[in-house]
Design a protein around this ligand. Structure first.
Ligand SMILES: [Zn+2]
Ligand SMILES: [Zn+2]
Length: 439
């Protein structure tokens, strides 16, 4: 009894699943729109003939409604990466509504939270909670209000198109999700039922699943050329299924850039981003191409792009990080500072005693195991034993490669006292350290 009382105080998402409460965990509106209606659509498709004009119309409407999400909901409203004229806004609000993924206001506020709180508990579709969770379970299950990542959507609340669409969202689903594609097919070529099932329900099922892939697949599959601290990734497969939203590592990176790097130059912009997801001309990004075309026919303006220099800085930093990681895994020989110091006489005496040591640039190398493998021959390397072979190694007849220099460093065993700059540098460093550590 005490337990059930305490459970009543807890939000349903904090209570364990039981046979009695499971239905209270479910967000039934979302579940109806993304699972139940599409399920019945699939059942209906099994006994509805697919006619060619309907198939073509379904694909065309798939692209329109997909663009409503990618170019409209995402790049225009969530990120403000360009400005759209009123007719374009109305078009994107209508076809975006036809994608049946919530209103612009709801979708954009979740998406801004996703960017602001990526991979944390406040990320509404954090991939850290599992790929399926980030794909659609975050909508099927009720989320804990305590974990809601708050964001500023005051600009959306002032946009009459956004408010109009949000207040009539139910009608938008009915009209642009189902009735409009049905009426086009019905009046166009008499296929009312096929229009509803294929261009309506199955088409929005595909658009929904494609968009959900940006939240799941694009945080799970692919490369991280700009930043690997969080989960977003670039992959051509994700780009193909999402009208170009697959270059997600870049997208998350530039969305965070203003607060870190470009705040001074972009203070007038509240949610700046780049209107592109793919920055190379050969990468698949039809959303970017559409926005570019709209600009050239006067429907879109102020397309935002980050400076190439800033983008390249991110790419180079990530490359450097990878190089450093790789470098740290390799054996570069004992560092000069840790090598013991020998006098020249000791070095010569050790060689006379049978050791195969060679001095190069003031550093003693033990080549015992390498003599037989020396690509230049046993005789040549043997001639350097007990001597200073700096000139022999560094120039003259044979110029050793980088690989040879690296291999040589792995054979270091000591430094010669007074044997050159290396030893002097080493002593200097030691003195410096001693000076720093002494009070
Ligand atoms: Zn985004
Ligand atoms: Zn993301």
């Amino acid at each position: 009894m005490a337990e059930s009382l305490s459970n009543k105080k807890l939000h349903i998402s904090e209570q364990p699943f039981t046979l009695r409460n499971w239905y209270r965990h479910v967000n039934w509106i979302n579940t109806t729109l993304i699972l139940i209606v599409p399920f019945f659509g699939c059942v209906a498709a099994s006994y509805t003939q697919l006619r060619l004009p309907t198939a073509i119309w379904a694909v065309v409407y798939y692209f329109w409604t997909g663009l409503g999400i990618t170019a409209g909901y995402h790049r225009l409203w969530a990120h403000r990466s360009y400005e759209a004229s009123l007719p374009l806004k109305v078009f994107l609000a209508c076809v975006g509504g036809g994608a049946v993924q919530g209103s612009i206001r709801w979708w954009s506020s979740k998406h801004r939270a996703h960017h602001r709180w990526t991979d944390t508990v406040k990320d509404p579709y954090s991939v850290r909670k599992g790929v399926w969770y980030s794909h659609f379970m975050w909508m099927v299950l009720k989320q804990n209000p305590k974990d809601r990542g708050r964001t500023d959507i005051s600009d959306l609340n002032q946009d009459p198109i956004v408010v109009w669409q949000h207040n009539h969202y139910g009608e938008f689903i009915l009209v642009f999700g189902m009735l409009f594609p049905m009426v086009v097919a019905g009046l166009g070529w008499g296929d009312w039922k096929g229009g509803l099932v294929y261009a309506g329900i199955l088409r929005f099922l595909f658009v929904q699943q494609a968009t959900f892939c940006v939240n799941s697949l694009a945080h799970w599959l692919g490369d991280q050329p700009f930043d690997d601290r969080n989960s977003p990734r670039d992959h051509v497969i994700t780009a193909l299924v999402t009208l170009g939203e697959g270059y997600h590592n870049f997208h998350h990176e530039v969305s965070n850039l203003p607060c870190q790097v470009l705040i001074s130059s972009l203070t007038s912009e509240r949610f700046p981003s780049d209107y592109r997801n793919a920055i190379e001309w050969w990468q698949y990004d039809p959303t970017k191409w559409s926005i570019w075309v709209w600009k050239h026919i006067g429907l879109a303006s102020n397309l935002k792009q980050f400076r190439v220099n800033e983008i390249e800085k991110g790419r180079v930093q990530q490359l450097q990080k990878r190089v450093d990681q790789k470098r740290s895994q390799l054996d570069w020989g004992v560092s000069l500072e840790k090598l013991p110091v020998f006098s020249w006489d000791n070095f010569v005496a050790d060689c006379q005693g049978g050791k195969s040591l060679i001095a190069i640039a003031g550093v003693i190398h033990d080549v015992t195991d390498f003599i037989k493998e020396h690509p230049g021959g046993k005789a040549l390397i043997s001639s350097g034993i007990g001597k200073d072979a700096t000139a022999l190694f560094n120039g003259g007849i044979y110029q050793h490669s980088n690989a040879a220099h690296n291999l040589l460093s792995s054979m270091r065993v000591g430094v010669i006292r007074g044997g050159g700059e290396v030893e002097i540098w080493r002593e200097k460093n030691r003195d410096k350290r001693a000076a720093v550590s002494s009070p």
